[in-house]
Design a protein around this ligand. Structure first.
Ligand SMILES: [Fe+2]
Ligand SMILES: [Fe+2]
Length: 402
């Protein structure tokens, strides 16, 4: 069956001078909810930690790990088998997206009843919530980029695509676990009818095509610091979308986001364990890597997102996430403080002079980020509140600041 057979007459798209162009103004747009979440007490917008706008690629350094250090990762293979691989869940014990979704094997009327129930639950969630959820879903859906990124890392990459090396085994199984996140969120959003799937799909295609620029330099020290931070950031962010879904009257979506968050937590634990081990076997090397990544600032994985319309899409999505308290500058500083505690960086011994300077820098950074943010907040207060239109929600406008 052709795709157009699914369209009702009022949804069919007219041709434009640019060819068949299903532009948003012609498309069916569901009524928006008038409910908004209460203004958050948490701080919005961060200039201190905001990712660069899409065209800026900052990091061009490659293969920065000295080749002899590849041996460290070789020597840790048994350790990884015993300590990292057990943090994966066997497939038959994993949840799958279908468990949270209407069952298409039911008789049609029962299936559509389930879809209707889903739509009733999402009806009261505000548009701004969907902007954040879509941004999170798109971030998850760019998974090919993250598997590629990990496979750029010297000494741990999957050399064959089916390597039995524990680092490669972890990466493939991690990818397979992560793959459920985007699938589930995407299907739920599709069934909700609240978002413009065409625009979302376009954004995903642009994003995977653009890749990411995390500054990890083929260096697994930097790569695992990055993934430790990033998995915790997604844990925080999905945890907050779960909370908001619950407050907004959708317990199923709350359970979905909460379940994804708990996967992120388990993944964070694996990556943080690897860095912990590196701090044990090579304290200065690992400490310098942490400082290096923090100096560069942790770039969010979807920082190159684009929908064909808004060149500042990532910045705008981040602003909404920060305003709703889904992911804020405080969260960034909190994650840093959490990892400093988890890795016991303040008490780390056996460092060279350079290592000690890196330790001082990292351990003193969180209060500096918070201070910078306070100043940015003061400045932001002086600016006029404004909104931005998001193609993901049929070009409806969402406020970027209160
Ligand atoms: Fe994920
Ligand atoms: Fe993740």
């Amino acid at each position: 069956m052709q795709a157009s057979h699914f369209l009702t007459s009022h949804q069919k798209f007219p041709c434009t001078p640019h060819g068949l162009n299903p532009t948003h103004q012609y498309r069916f747009s569901p009524p928006s909810s008038t409910i908004r979440f209460p203004p958050q007490l948490r701080r919005p917008i961060t200039s201190a930690v905001a990712a660069p706008s899409p065209p800026l690629l900052k990091h061009q350094k490659t293969h920065s790990m000295p080749s002899e250090k590849v041996e460290i990762f070789k020597s840790l293979e048994n350790w990884a088998t015993q300590n990292v691989l057990p943090l994966l869940k066997p497939v038959d014990q994993c949840w799958q997206p279908q468990s949270f979704l209407p069952d298409p094997s039911l008789p049609f009327a029962d299936f559509t009843d389930q879809v209707r129930a889903l739509r009733d639950m999402t009806a009261e969630l505000p548009d701004e919530y969907f902007v954040v959820l879509v941004g999170d879903m798109i971030t998850e859906d760019a998974l090919p980029t993250y598997q590629t990124m990990i496979n750029t890392l010297d000494g741990v990459r999957d050399e064959t695509g089916a390597s039995l090396n524990p680092w490669a085994t972890w990466t493939r199984a991690w990818t397979a676990e992560e793959n459920r996140h985007g699938d589930l969120l995407r299907t739920y959003l599709y069934l909700s009818g609240r978002v413009d799937m065409l625009s979302i799909e376009k954004t995903v295609q642009y994003l995977i095509g653009a890749g990411m620029d995390p500054g990890t330099e083929n260096n697994p020290y930097l790569g695992f610091v990055y993934t430790s931070f990033q998995e915790r950031a997604t844990f925080v962010s999905h945890g907050n979308t779960a909370r908001l879904a619950k407050e907004g009257g959708d317990p199923v979506l709350a359970r979905i986001c909460g379940t994804i968050a708990s996967d992120e937590r388990r993944h964070e634990n694996a990556y943080a364990k690897i860095v912990e081990k590196l701090l044990e076997v090579d304290p200065t090397g690992a400490m310098l890597a942490i400082a290096d990544m923090m100096r560069k600032k942790i770039t969010m994985p979807a920082h190159l997102m684009y929908d064909g319309q808004d060149p500042r899409l990532f910045e705008h999505f981040s602003s909404v996430a920060q305003r709703l308290g889904v992911y804020t500058a405080d969260d960034y500083a909190d994650i840093l403080e959490f990892l400093i505690g988890r890795w016991r960086l303040e008490k780390l011994e056996g460092l060279t002079g350079e290592g000690k300077r890196a330790q001082d820098f990292v351990c003193g950074l969180a209060p500096r980020i918070r201070k910078l943010q306070e100043r940015a907040d003061e400045k932001a207060k002086m600016m006029k509140p404004h909104g931005v239109r998001f193609s993901w929600i049929f070009n409806k406008e969402v406020a970027l600041s209160d």
